[in-house]
Design a protein around this ligand. Structure first.
Ligand SMILES: N[C@@H](CCC(=O)N[C@@H](CS)C(=O)NCC(=O)O)C(=O)O
Length: 337
């Protein structure tokens, strides 16, 4: 049983494990057809991938059709009564529960009002939920799209969950006309994602932070900042990555950039520059944040608390640094780009 921090190759480079649960809700899928009230999302607000999925629920107006629950940001031992079991990961708590310490007993991290326990299965951890669905191996990651009818996991790959939310539930959506995957630019967006944004930025920050050799870190940090320079230039000429429309790729980039200054520059050692030093990336972050459905589920508090308190091997005493990142409410000034 391992967590992302442990997933490195022989050269010390971080290698994210492939998601295992890959069913696709669609009208053509008799096993998992779109239905209102049937599916549930398990979410860590701190997690860029899960946060994007929940924002998409809000953007499409699917809150009434797809329920969700929200874990505590601080990873805990998932089998606290078993001394031989070392796994720690996401757990459910209710608002007002006793504050949690990190998994080796340091700090005190409140159970705030954003927490939503899993009332569907009663699972106390995301691991327990995977176990319920027959997965003992893990990794026990969020987001998880769960089927309440068959009590199993439909999908745990955020890129696929985003696609389903965009197109498969429109009959229940209050904003069905929003298309986050416009066909005319989808190939271009996918190519930009696959060649640069996912490997070098979204996952690139983790490749910096979870590297276990100087060489692996050096490679990742070089690619990350070269990519940020390319994106800064691109976003000096257009409002969003695909032009004038806000798409899934903007949401994915936003989720990384908004975590960059408050967390990654310190925790993942991505400190060559801050997002605040890139005028266009900073404006882009503020522009995305000004969308009410994006802002709705963005918690800098959960984000900082999660990273700084969840991996004792990286931050033993779970001290959370003071800086919250740039003012996200400031005018973005990008309306006419
Ligand atoms: N491929 C997954 C990755 C999700 C992922 O790595 N989530 C992290 C949080 S940001 C997680 O839950 N990690 C738990 C662990 O590594 O044990 C996706 O994009 O959906």
């Amino acid at each position: 049983m391992s967590t992302a921090v442990d997933h490195t190759d022989k050269a010390g480079a971080f290698k994210r494990k492939q998601s295992k649960h890959r069913h696709f809700v669609s009208k053509d899928n008799a096993q998992y057809p779109p239905e209102s009230g049937r599916y549930h999302l398990h979410i860590a607000l701190a997690c860029p991938w899960a946060n994007g999925a929940l924002s998409t629920v809000a953007l499409k107006g699917l809150d009434g059709a797809i329920s969700h629950s929200i874990v505590h940001p601080t990873w805990q031992k998932t089998r606290p009564d078993d001394d031989d079991d070392a796994h720690h990961g996401w757990v459910y708590k209710a608002p007002g529960d006793e504050p949690l310490k990190n998994s080796i007993g340091h700090g005190s991290f409140k159970c705030d009002d954003l927490l939503v326990p899993d009332k569907i299965t009663g699972a106390k951890s995301i691991r327990e939920l995977y176990n319920l669905a027959g997965d003992e191996e893990g990794p026990f990651t969020t987001p998880v799209l769960f089927d309440k009818k068959t009590n199993t996991i439909v999908n745990n790959e955020s890129t696929e969950i985003l696609k389903m939310l965009n197109s498969e539930f429109d009959e229940f959506a209050t904003n069905p006309d929003l298309d986050m995957y416009p066909a005319d630019i989808q190939d271009e967006l996918q190519e930009l994602n696959d060649s640069l944004i996912y490997p070098k930025v979204n996952n690139g920050v983790y490749r910096c932070g979870f590297a276990k050799s100087q060489e692996a870190y050096n490679d990742a940090v070089k690619e990350l900042f070269e990519s940020l320079d390319i994106l800064e230039e691109k976003l000096s000429k257009q409002r969003y990555l695909g032009g004038k429309k806000f798409t899934w790729l903007d949401l994915r980039l936003f989720m990384t950039l908004v975590r960059f200054d408050p967390v990654y520059i310190t925790y993942f050692k991505t400190n060559q520059k801050r997002i605040a030093d890139y005028p266009n990336l900073l404006g882009f972050v503020r522009d995305c944040y000004s969308i009410p459905e994006v802002k709705k589920y963005l918690s800098i508090d959960h984000i900082k608390t999660h990273y700084f308190t969840s991996h004792p091997i990286l931050n033993t005493y779970a001290i959370i640094p003071a800086y919250d990142g740039p003012d996200l409410e400031a005018p973005h000034g990008r309306e006419n780009i």
